[in-house]
Design a binder for this molecule. Structure first.
Ligand code: MG
Ligand code: MG
Length: 265
């Protein structure tokens, strides 16, 4: 079942997605070497609830927390815990909220302290591959055009694309049809039509594309234990092209104020 949204529904998804964006900015304000990922989760949960929303990931299929926090070689679905972040780590933070019966979903990978240039480049390329995909979000284009643009940018930079996890439609459900893979062929897949809202979320690995699942039942990690990055936006297909409903503006402003993030993306 595909759900095409009215403009009023898109505005509600925007409200949820902007709350996600501002929640990620709250994380950006406090992230530093020494803080635990559980502390970041508490900051986010409190901010989401203070803004009249529900953390979308908490209890989703039994997930125990509000944020998915994945450090270094963890790709996605990391469980917040008592381990402190260390200088030089990268930390992917994925956040979703439910407000006014609609979901928003976005993710950002933070450099923590002094991250080496090689790893920072992985972050830049992953973020840029997201925007290469978003450029293809035009009515009449295919899902495959989005997928191929992401894959091409990542692989041309020498990185690999995770296959097991994909983007998705979003709206009254956190995960709706269609699937939005980060790899594929131009001209393939369903046609994008006005009113479709999708979460595009490249997961890009420094080394091999393969991943393994940790014993905790959630965490996905790179098979070769090299770093992985993850950036995500919730995007509506509109007449003129993509309407990006989430935003990195708040996060990037907060990062400028955070002296523990010494290198800029
Ligand atoms: Mg997400
Ligand atoms: Mg998502």
């Amino acid at each position: 079942m595909l759900y095409y949204k009215t403009q009023d529904e898109i505005e509600l998804i925007r409200e949820s997605s902007l709350l996600v964006a501002r929640t990620l900015a709250e994380v950006a304000k406090v992230i530093r070497p020494g803080i635990t990922t559980l502390e970041l989760d508490r900051v986010a949960e409190e901010f989401i609830r203070d803004n009249g929303a529900i953390p979308a990931f908490l209890n989703y299929n039994g997930f125990p927390n509000s944020l998915c926090i994945s450090v270094n070689s963890q790709v996605v679905h990391g469980i917040p815990g008592k381990t402190a972040l260390q200088d030089g780590d990268i930390c992917s933070v994925d956040c979703g909220v439910l407000k006014n019966a609609f979901y928003g979903d976005s993710a950002f990978t933070f450099p923590v302290g002094d991250v080496d240039d090689k790893t920072l480049n992985l972050l830049r390329v992953t973020r840029d591959s997201l925007f290469k995909g978003i450029e293809q979000v035009v009515p009449g284009n295919r899902i495959g055009d989005v997928s191929a643009a992401i894959q091409q940018h990542a692989e041309n930079s020498g990185y690999s694309v995770v296959r097991e996890l994909v983007g998705h439609g979003i709206g009254r459900h956190l995960h709706e049809k269609p699937e939005v893979p980060n790899y594929g062929k131009r001209g393939g897949g369903m046609t994008l039509k006005e009113g479709l809202v999708i979460a595009i979320e490249p997961m890009i690995n420094m080394g091999v594309k393969g991943v393994v699942h940790e014993k905790d039942g959630w965490t996905v990690r790179t098979a070769d234990r090299q770093p992985s990055a993850h950036f995500e936006h919730t995007v509506a297909v509109c007449k003129g092209g993509a309407d990006i409903l989430s935003s990195f503006v708040f996060v990037e402003e907060a990062m400028k104020q955070n002296t523990n993030i010494v290198k800029k993306l």
